[in-house]
Design a binder for this molecule. Structure first.
Ligand code: SF4
Ligand SMILES: [Mg+2]
Length: 488
């Protein structure tokens, strides 16, 4: 038949463009999905692919797949695909949509995934009114894992975990997700449809397309719940399973529109585009622009104070404690402070560092990407961070001499075997406090009493207290002697 002879009402059952031409999941059956014969997932997949085609959004659609029988969405849909952890599709979709607001982000979930482990995610995404679309395939059972009861399992329905049938007294009542979410103020469109007969299937296709279209129009959160047959776990033929959806399931889960605010919803403004990576330090106010004139570093107690310290070393060197004592002492001195530890997963000998800020102004971010004082307790830490020190800043290095290739323009250094100095006092582990002594001399912003009080709280053992105080004193002396040596 020539194309002119095709009547206008001809129905096409061709493959949607938004499906891959071949499904490469199975080596031999590349024209088939993995779904069992009569499974509702296949129908819902096709409806969704058609909606994507008709709305011409294939190039900007991101499909967030579930865990469950629908897990292989990425094998079938030729769109952007992301696999979410069990139940997390709405949270992942939220992140995708907010970071790529021009994309159309669709979450696809079953009832175990959405209504059980993911119940918090769907509730809050709906309550926030995220501009995403969720397709919720409800077949009243955990299918992929072998037929355990799901939150949507009907009263009296037998399952692997309710062999005598679900009882309200034991397992509670079936969870009505559409009705529940419709009580929220934010969603714009929630409808329950079914695959129980051809009429229902036609309505399901319309609802799915409308839910996706709402997002294209920027209207907000839409969810379509699809009552779906699972012949395999129901132990029915495809025809019987379809009838069960229509005649049994629908009694517990009536079809219909539970929320429709599309008439009054205003298109949401597109979120701000994400900043370029190189702009993030500026946004966080950690850009490397040098220190303002009269900066307190090395100048002592000026009115302005913006001390940004990075302490780095290895586990066991007291890296975090040094930062914590500094922050606690700053608190006692009435300053704004922040302390942010950062360490690897190793229990012993891993790398470790912390960010400390002391200021007379409110602190906007605890991150210290560009310190004005780096305390490097070993050479790897020095090499990792020396380039980040702001011009006009300082580096305290725990070593015999400062490596020539780590010298920075307009950055002052004090290299000294601080650990060895602590060892001479009685314990090498007090090397961090020797460095603290030098740090206090450089900054000049904290009183001895503040440090003592912080140490009393954090290092409670009296034996350590006495050693720590001597170590701090020693560090201050080392710094002053080094100045004298330089100044002649
Ligand atoms: S077990 Fe049920 S839900 Fe899973 S693919 Fe088979 S029919 Fe579909
Ligand atoms: Mg299920």
């Amino acid at each position: 038949m020539s194309s002119e002879m095709v009547p206008e009402y001809a129905v096409s059952h061709g493959r949607p463009r938004s499906f891959y031409k071949r499904f490469e999941r199975k080596q031999d059956l590349q024209h088939q999905t993995h779904f069992c014969p009569g499974c509702g997932h296949g129908q819902v997949h096709k409806m969704l692919a058609r909606a994507i085609d008709e709305l011409e959004i294939q190039n900007k659609t991101i499909l967030v797949g579930p865990v469950g029988c629908g897990v292989f969405t990425y094998n079938y849909f030729d769109v952007g695909n992301v696999s979410a952890a069990h139940g997390r599709a709405p949270a992942v979709a939220t992140g995708m949509k907010r970071s790529r607001p021009e994309s159309i982000v669709i979450g696809y979930q079953g009832d175990g995934d959405l209504a059980a482990i993911g119940s918090a995610e769907i509730l809050h995404a709906a309550n926030r009114g995220e501009n995403i679309t969720i397709i919720f395939v409800n077949n009243a059972i955990y299918s992929m894992t072998g037929g355990q009861a799901a939150p949507t399992t009907l009263l009296g329905q037998k399952s692997a975990t309710t062999p005598r049938g679900r009882s309200a007294a034991n397992e509670g009542y079936p969870l009505h997700i559409s009705e529940l979410l419709a009580t929220l103020e934010a969603p714009v469109y929630i409808e329950r449809v079914g695959l129980g007969d051809n009429r229902q299937i036609m309505q399901a296709a319309r609802a799915i397309k409308r839910a996706v279209e709402n997002q294209v129009r920027g209207l907000g959160f839409s969810l379509i719940e699809v009552l779906s047959p699972c012949p395999t776990i129901f132990r029915m033929s495809p025809v019987e399973a379809q009838r069960w959806v229509r005649e049994v399931m629908e009694k517990t889960f009536p079809l219909g529109v539970f929320c429709d605010r599309t008439g009054e919803a205003q298109p949401q403004p597109l979120a701000e585009p994400e900043p370029a990576l190189d702009q993030i330090p500026r946004i966080l106010d950690v850009a490397s622009e040098g220190l303002p004139e009269g900066h307190p570093i090395a100048l002592g107690k000026t009115a302005e104070l913006d001390l940004r310290v990075r302490v780095a070393g290895s586990g066991g060197q007291g890296v975090l404690l040094l930062g914590e004592v500094l922050a606690e002492a700053g608190l006692d001195a009435g300053l704004e402070v922040s302390w942010l530890p950062s360490y690897g997963p190793e229990m012993r000998s891993g790398t470790s560092n912390c960010h400390v800020r002391l200021s007379r102004e409110k602190i906007d971010s605890p991150l210290v990407m560009n310190p004005n004082l780096l305390v490097a307790m070993n050479e790897p830490s020095l090499r990792k961070f020396y380039k980040s020190v702001l011009p006009g800043g300082w580096i305290l290095f725990n070593g015999e001499s400062f490596p020539a290739d780590c010298e920075q323009k307009n950055v002052q250094v004090l290299a000294c075997p601080f650990t060895q100095a602590a060892n001479e006092l009685g314990n090498a582990r007090a090397g961090n406090m020797v460095m603290m002594g030098a740090l206090l001399e450089i900054t000049g912003v904290l009183q001895e009493a503040n440090i003592n009080a912080a140490l009393q709280r954090l290092a409670k053992n009296p034996r350590w207290m006495e050693l720590n105080l001597r170590a701090i004193e020693k560090g201050g002396k080392l710094f002053r002697e080094s100045r004298q040596a330089i100044c002649g």
